[in-house]
Design a protein around this ligand. Structure first.
Ligand SMILES: Nc1nc2c(ncn2[C@@H]2O[C@H](COP(=O)(O)OP(=O)(O)OP(=O)(O)O)[C@@H](O)[C@H]2O)c(=O)[nH]1
Ligand SMILES: [Zn+2]
Length: 327
């Protein structure tokens, strides 16, 4: 049987069977030995054998992992306390869309964080969507102005706002939600999937009764009334602070900055585009007003953080008061 992995908890994988009624129980599976060391993550499409009845106590086996369309890795520093946490582990496979959830106020938007997510999305060939919450508290002009040169889709969310536009953008796709604590991500997930609390409860019950902290869980979106389109899946990523970029080259990092890319044709060969490069064309490009200097600064900060130089914190963490200022 073909399955889709919706949660992972200490060697137990919760899967839904492909193309069956959403009410069919989920299947708990373990990995078959023949998979070797290959990891199985949320979003993986897998082949299942054994007891796929979903009955209490039933255990199936994952014998095959389909080729992944995309992967998102956690940052290496997400959990420095364990050896595993220091690795850029893949946390979600096969995502189509990365929904970057950012509040417009309380907490203020962190463009450094959004830029980092954009790089991860473009690098993984996942479409980004900026979801600006708490639009009742502040307007989106400053953030949208910062991204004016990008063709970046966005939605605004208020406590009473209609989520139809967002649901349309999520339909038929696997969308990963990422955002800092306090931006209203849980509130949004609960609005999008009113059954989410129950679904998460079921997932952690599989973890042999103990409360668990999974790093990703896929939630099926409810059917859209009057529509036959697959409503899609959202993948919540509690505990994932950001996505790893250590594997991304300096050139690929530029994919997150389409407003800067054109400038680099004038760079000397092997230019590293850092502030120390005397002839890097990016400086002249910004000086000529062709891109926002804050975007260049952000690109160079990501470059530096990748190579482990300088202050790795994003500027908003150094200066939480006014993140758009000087970032
Ligand atoms: N004004 C306003 N407040 C909101 C909105 N969405 C969420 N909040 C509030 O913001 C606070 C944080 O919301 P959460 O949904 O818990 O945020 P979170 O991103 O899930 O944060 P963690 O639970 O810490 O991961 C709560 O007090 C919410 O009631 C909104 O659109 N407008
Ligand atoms: Zn350069």
């Amino acid at each position: 049987m073909d399955g889709f992995v919706i949660a992972v908890d200490r060697g137990r994988y919760t899967c839904v069977l492909a193309d069956v009624d959403p009410d069919v129980p989920t299947v708990t599976a373990m990995r078959a030995r023949e998979l070797g060391r290959k990891s199985v993550v949320v979003g993986d499409r897998v082949g299942l054998v054994g007891d796929v009845s979903g009955a209490p106590g039933a255990l199936a086996r994952i014998v095959r992992i389909a080729e992944r369309r995309s992967v998102l890795r956690r940052t290496a520093d997400d959990d420095e306390t364990t050896a595993e946490g220091r690795l850029e582990r893949v946390v979600v496979a096969n995502a189509d869309q990365l929904v970057i959830v950012s509040a417009l106020a309380d907490p203020p938007p962190r463009t450094g964080f959004i830029d980092r997510c954009l790089v991860a999305a473009y690098d993984a060939d996942i479409e980004p969507l900026l979801c600006l919450t708490k639009a009742d508290l502040a307007g989106p002009e400053a953030v949208l102005g910062y991204y004016a040169e990008l063709d970046l889709a966005h939605v605004l969310v208020r406590p009473d706002s209609d989520l139809t536009e967002l649901r349309d953008l999520l339909a038929g796709r696997v969308s990963v939600l990422v955002g800092h604590s306090g931006v209203g991500k849980s509130t949004l997930v609960n609005r999008l999937v009113p059954a989410a609390e129950r679904a998460v409860g079921v997932v952690s019950a599989i973890g042999r009764g103990r409360h668990t902290s999974t790093s990703a869980v896929a939630l099926r979106l409810p059917p859209v009334p009057g529509s036959r389109t697959d409503p899609g899946w959202i993948v919540d990523t509690p505990g994932v602070r950001s996505f790893g970029l250590a594997h991304v080259s300096a050139e690929s990092l530029l994919h997150g900055f389409p407003d800067l890319v054109d400038a680099t044709v004038d760079c000397p060969a092997n230019c590293e585009h850092t502030a120390d490069e005397p002839d890097c064309a990016l400086d002249a490009w910004v000086a000529a007003g062709k891109a926002d200097p804050r975007r260049l600064a952000s690109y160079r900060r990501l470059l530096a953080s990748r190579s482990g130089e300088g202050d790795q914190r994003e500027p908003d963490q150094r200066n939480p008061g006014d993140p758009l200022e000087g970032s």
